[in-house]
Design a protein around this ligand. Sequence first.
Ligand SMILES: [Zn+2]
Length: 126
Amino acid sequence: MDILVILYSIILMTALASPFLYIHLNQNKLLSRESEEKSTLDSERKMLLENLKDLKIEMDTGKIQASEFTELSKDIIGDLKELDSKLESIKTSSPSTKITGICRKCSFHTTIPGAKFCAMCGNSLG
Ligand SMILES: [Zn+2]
């Protein structure tokens, strides 16, 4: 029963902290918004992994059943997946928007969205 109380307090704290994270994010608009967002997501991710690790320890020490672990970790894993896809979209969207697609070496126009190399000569488009 104790683990549920601990878990709910962690969830509650996370929920209470999130608006402050957004305020913090908006206060630093002069800084790169993308890198700021990325570091926020990174710290959220670390926190979730930490929660998951704690849960795993509880299971390993026999405080909770494996079925309970599966049930409790489901939400955390769901959040992790969401964070990972957000991080992935930041990583892939930022550099590709700067790429014009016109090769500096042979002037061939590569029309493949997000292409990093020239389709003609293989020269880097970054
Ligand atoms: Zn080229």
